[in-house]
Design a protein around this ligand. Structure first.
Ligand SMILES: Nc1nc2c(ncn2[C@@H]2O[C@H](COP(=O)(O)OP(=O)(O)OP(=O)(O)O)[C@@H](O)[C@H]2O)c(=O)[nH]1
Ligand SMILES: [Mg+2]
Length: 296
């Protein structure tokens, strides 16, 4: 193809927690890359999903939901990560799911107004929204962001994704590819492993447990027929460690079985997964730990 016609750019997905940003990234990519859970604040770091074609490369960026009332240094770091997504965007997608009020979007919309890049508003979860609700959200956002095109989608059911992708390609800048064309993410396999374990913790435990947990892949040995992986699960208190383990270790065993299945599917190889739980007091306010874990 004619290289001068190649398009590439960063399409940054932002929004409040739980609106379906990660599900949308997965819908764009056509495979599960970002972890998803019904609990807000599932995503904590940025993840690029790279969609390659002969004449374009779209780099979709998933980021944490913007935390309106930060209670920990971790939340401040997550909001800083959202800020970086403003800075390097070629196109911004603001996702909302029709459940939050416009006033909760005030800070995000104000920040977006200053950015000289195309913006798109996505109303997600239309499969569970009443038609009147979709119309009123559309009306609110048309007023608040008159220059942005609005799309209605169901990221979960992959409805409305194709016209959205076509619109994004149209607005993608002319640029050579930023990444080799065979890459689909900026993150190493260890990151995906930690995230898959963290997702199962979000899905298996209640209340503060998922939020008090950080997951680190300590070791990844890739042998010919099997990957041997050691993962550390950090919690903040001994009582939380006991809950994560469960009676006779039954709860963590479940997490291990579920995570191993996903990891095996992701890497296409048998996995031996060892999970260990450690207490790290108040890690969400521990700057050194947050640095080491990639938040700052
Ligand atoms: N019904 C329905 N549910 C959806 C849709 N998209 C996402 N969800 C659900 O909404 C919940 C949150 O989805 P996520 O993709 O984790 O949302 P997020 O915006 O990335 O959330 P954070 O990372 O916590 O900010 C999950 O239970 C998803 O299955 C949709 O189109 N329809
Ligand atoms: Mg997410």
């Amino acid at each position: 193809m004619d290289n001068s016609k190649h398009k590439s750019g960063f399409i940054n997905i932002i929004g409040l927690p739980n609106v379906g940003k990660s599900t949308l990234l997965n819908a764009f990519m056509g495979e599960k890359m970002a972890i998803v859970s019904p609990k807000p604040q599932t995503t904590r770091q940025r993840l690029f999903g790279i969609l390659n074609a002969e004449d374009f490369q779209m780099i979709f960026s998933d980021s944490p939901g913007f935390v309106l009332n930060p209670s920990y240094k971790l939340h401040e770091d997550m909001n800083m990560i959202v800020q970086t997504a403003f800075k390097d965007a070629d196109i911004i997608i603001l996702v909302n799911d029709g459940y939050n009020t416009l006033s909760e979007h005030e800070d995000l919309i104000k920040a977006l107004e200053k950015l000289p890049v195309p913006k798109v508003v996505v109303i997600n979860k239309i499969d569970q929204l009443k038609a009147e609700r979709i119309e009123s959200v559309k009306e609110e956002f048309t007023k608040a962001m008159p220059e942005s095109k609005i799309f209605e989608v169901s990221a979960l059911n992959k409805k409305g994704i194709t016209p959205l992708i076509e619109h994004l390609i149209e607005h993608l800048p002319l640029h050579p590819a930023y990444y080799p064309k065979d890459e689909i993410s900026d993150r190493p396999i260890r990151y995906f492993v930690s995230e898959m374990v963290r997702e199962k913790i979000f899905l298996n435990y209640k209340k503060e447990i998922p939020y008090s947990t950080e997951v680190v892949t300590e070791d990844y040995k890739d042998e010919e027929n099997i990957a041997r992986i050691t993962v550390m699960i950090y919690v903040e208190r001994n009582s939380q460690k006991a809950i994560i383990l469960g009676k006779h270790g039954a709860a963590i065993k479940n997490v291990g079985i579920q995570a191993r299945k996903d990891i095996e599917e992701f890497i296409g190889k048998q996995v031996y997964l060892e999970l260990t739980v450690k207490v790290r007091n108040n890690w969400r306010n521990d700057i050194n730990f947050l640095k080491k874990s990639g938040y700052r």
